[in-house]
Design a binder for this molecule. Structure first.
Ligand code: SF4
Length: 371
């Protein structure tokens, strides 16, 4: 049964665009770090916070500092951004952390903040892949760095892994994965490297593995991580029991999340919006007293919900769909559902529709059939 608006969780995403250097594969809104500019941006975030507090909103159950490199905020800035916000007692507060910053001094300061979950941009445990991706950290330093995180009391640590790199093989993916699984992690997110037409990596596209090999890499990752005791709960995400990312679940379950910072995207009571992706326009928006950026004119709440909910391994709850959109999901899609089911790509379960394991790697194509 769906939770009503009062009991549904609310999250907050903060975008910190600064990076120490640019990684060639990255498509996010990022800016080269400069102390003065970062300080001015932080003050804009504080003014956005004031606008929201004046507007009033219910308790936050998750906060997520993403970027860019949000670990370039000082501990005092992180604490100040959170101070005075209404929070649930079990609030999950995640910080994306660049491994190169992990040091006793950094963690001493960070431990004074309410951050209770860390998401590490590891990407690979193979040195040559890190170098290809322009990452500044060394794989050989990571075990000691994670040990240090544990010593400072961090018990909920996630790491990102990128697969499908040029010239990668099934063997190199297994080797990388085994090094990840030797680390004490609660959560792993696995992403396929995407090389867009305007990417600096475009000349390497020919060296990307074939679709068949990419699918084999994905399924090897799935099987191996699950054998190591993680549960796959979303197409790209794996967690030890009790350690699913509660913030990311808001996205996939169609719940509300506020967005602070330039280029940040939010979803609030049916409105999908994005703050301006340049600092001047973002500042102008705040000076005009607006808290919601531009509404997405293409937004289709129903299609959005279907695309997100079907990413979850548990699938989409049909009663929730009906209570949100006032009509039956299956009605009018009977033929398509029967075809996809016959092809072994979806499985209707008690009250749910979900993708089968073999459909996960081609999820976008399968979900498009249902929109
Ligand atoms: S550090 Fe992260 S956000 Fe910054 S450029 Fe590299 S991948 Fe992108």
């Amino acid at each position: 049964m769906e939770q009503n608006l009062q009991t549904r969780p609310l999250g907050l995403y903060l975008h910190i665009p600064w990076c120490l250097s640019h990684c060639r594969y990255c498509n996010f809104f990022t800016l080269k770090y400069g102390r003065k500019a970062a300080e001015a941006y932080y003050r804009l975030l504080l003014s956005e916070k004031e606008l929201y507090l004046a507007h009033g909103f219910k308790e936050l159950s998750t906060i997520y500092f993403g970027g860019g490199t949000p670990s370039l905020l000082s501990a005092e800035q992180i604490s100040e951004l959170i101070a005075g916000l209404p929070l649930t007692p079990d609030v999950e507060i995640t910080l994306e952390l660049n491994p190169i910053q992990i040091s006793p001094d950094f963690l001493q300061k960070l431990s004074s903040t309410p951050i209770n979950r860390l998401s590490l941009g590891l990407q690979s445990m193979l040195e040559h892949e890190l170098s290809y991706l322009d990452r500044q950290h060394k794989a050989s330093d990571i075990p000691a760095k994670i040990k240090l995180l544990r010593e400072f009391g961090y018990k909920n640590i996630s790491a990102d892994l990128i697969y499908g790199l040029p010239d990668s093989t099934l063997e190199s993916v297994k080797q990388n994965l085994n090094l990840f699984l030797a680390l004490p992690l609660e959560h792993i997110s696995c992403y396929l490297l995407e090389i867009h037409d305007d990417s600096e990596l475009i000349q390497d596209r020919k060296r990307i593995p074939s679709d068949e090999l990419l699918a084999a890499q994905y399924h090897t990752i799935r099987r191996t991580i699950q054998t190591a005791g993680f549960e796959q709960y979303e197409i790209s995400n794996f967690a030890r029991p009790g350690y699913q990312s509660r913030h990311n679940l808001l996205y996939w379950q169609g719940d509300d999340y506020l967005a602070w910072g330039a280029s940040a995207c939010g979803y609030f009571q049916g409105l999908r919006y994005q703050n301006p992706a340049d600092l001047d326009s973002y500042q102008a928006m705040l000076e005009s007293g607006k808290i919601f950026g531009r509404a997405d004119p293409q937004a289709d709440a129903e299609a959005d919900y279907i695309m997100m909910a079907l990413r979850l391994l548990q699938g989409m709850d049909l009663a929730t769909f009906k209570s949100r959109f006032g009509h039956d999901f299956v009605q009018g899609r009977e033929v398509k559902l029967a075809q996809l089911s016959k092809l072994g790509l979806i499985e209707p379960q008690a009250g749910h529709i979900r993708l089968t394991p073999q459909a996960l790697f081609i999820s976008n194509a399968v979900i498009a059939e249902l929109l």
